[in-house]
Design a protein around this ligand. Structure first.
Ligand code: BJ8
Length: 383
């Protein structure tokens, strides 16, 4: 039977979590908990978490503040960067408002430059991220993580111990395992749920501040979905799509909606917020915890890395494990790194796997939804 249906209530709660966490962050702030605002998956969250800080993803996925940003920044710039800046400039992001420190990384050029201006509104620290996953790169990022720890210690007048970092690592790993178990259910064929429902939960989980509780809740959701699947509650068979590329939550999720409104199901998100940011655990057995963190984080297969082999290794695994029928590569508008890398993804998908492939460039507006639907309908029809 087709299930678009009575998903467990907790599902709804996760999907609403971003909104609900406006209040939670205010509460944390009132209780004197330091708040660290972040933009990118390369941030080693275990370090601020070790000192008990609330770590929160800053608003960057809506077009609401883009006109304000365009007064200062070029129009032909990635919407994620304009949105981030616009929210800071207009002070419309509660998470930014409550942040004591905003942390960025030297990822793409547009973001790097934007962080310079962000410092007009908040204290900003930019981590030096190597662009190569080599031994030198790991060593450099290890040093940078230690430098970041010192920045936090000085700013907040605390000492962060290795034991605290190890504890935070264990908790984050538990959450990663729970997330993997949940999205791993999409390996089932037919799929148990829509990709959009999964995406909402994955996004909501990023706004759960109590990570221990979050891991337990995610496990409970996964068990429930599995049990319902065994009772026959799942989608009908649909073409199974892998989505890859720039971050896809928020306004960019219009692509996911277009895929699913036209009969497909997104069974796996390789993007940040999906598998890319969760897949690898931090090696807790490594006697050097900084090295373990540096390796785990620098291994993230973002197109800012040159070359970027880990994205392609992950894509190969996911295409096989999730029995994918086609791949849709989404680059945000004017995102040079994902746009340039698209030809490599196309070659992998069409030449190695002989699967249909679509690449598209998306912004945050709703003006192209009609066109998107037409393209997607034709693409899915052909599968
Ligand atoms: S680790 S994907 S969260 S950088 S889409 S702003 S790259 S021009 S968002 Fe990202 Fe970290 Fe990478 Fe993930 Fe620049 Fe491209 Fe815009 Fe991007």
């Amino acid at each position: 039977m087709e299930l678009i249906k009575d998903l467990p209530e907790i599902f709804e709660e996760f999907a609403e979590q971003r909104k609900n966490s406006f209040l939670a962050i205010k509460q944390l702030k009132e209780n004197g908990v330091p708040i660290v605002g972040v933009f990118c998956t390369y941030l080693p969250q275990e370090i601020p978490a070790a000192m008990g800080a609330g770590v929160v993803g800053l608003c960057s996925t809506s077009d609401e503040t883009i006109p304000d940003a365009e007064m200062d920044l070029p129009r032909n710039l990635c919407p994620l960067i304009k949105s981030s800046y616009g929210f800071a400039k207009t002070d419309k992001c509660p998470f930014f408002y409550f942040s004591d420190l905003v942390v960025g990384e030297t990822t793409c050029d547009g973001k790097k430059k934007m962080y310079e201006y962000l410092a007009d509104f908040k204290p900003v620290y930019v981590m030096e991220l190597p662009n190569k996953q080599s031994e030198d790169g790991y060593e450099m990022y290890r040093r940078e993580i230690i430098r970041f720890q010192k920045v936090l210690e000085e700013k907040f007048g605390v000492t962060i111990t290795e034991e605290q970092i190890r504890h935070a690592t264990k908790i984050r790993n538990q959450e990663r395992v729970a997330l993997k178990n949940l999205y791993g259910l999409m390996k089932l064929d037919p799929a148990p749920m829509l990709g959009m429902d999964l995406l909402n939960v994955l996004t909501g989980a990023q706004f759960k501040f109590n990570k221990e509780a979050s891991a337990e809740e995610l496990e409970a959701i996964a068990e429930r979905i599995q049990a319902e699947y065994e009772e026959g509650k799942h989608l009908e068979k649909r073409p199974r799509i892998l989505v890859t590329g720039s971050p896809i939550h928020g306004a960019a999720s219009k692509v996911v909606k277009a895929i699913e409104d036209n009969g497909g199901v997104v069974v796996v998100f390789e993007n940040c917020g999906g598998v890319k940011s969760v897949d690898e655990l931090v090696d807790e057995s490594n006697p050097d915890i900084y090295e373990a963190l540096a390796k785990r984080y620098l291994n993230i297969g973002c197109s800012c890395m040159a070359p970027n082999p880990h994205r392609f290794t992950l894509l190969r695994e996911l295409i096989k494990e999730y029995k994918v029928d086609a791949v849709v590569d989404v680059a945000l508008q004017a995102c040079h790194t994902y746009n340039v890398e698209s030809i490599g993804v196309k070659r992998l998908v069409t030449e190695e796997f002989h699967l249909p492939f679509m690449s598209l460039e998306a912004d945050y507006s709703s003006s192209d939804i009609g066109q998107l639907n037409t393209r997607m309908a034709a693409f899915i029809e052909m599968l």
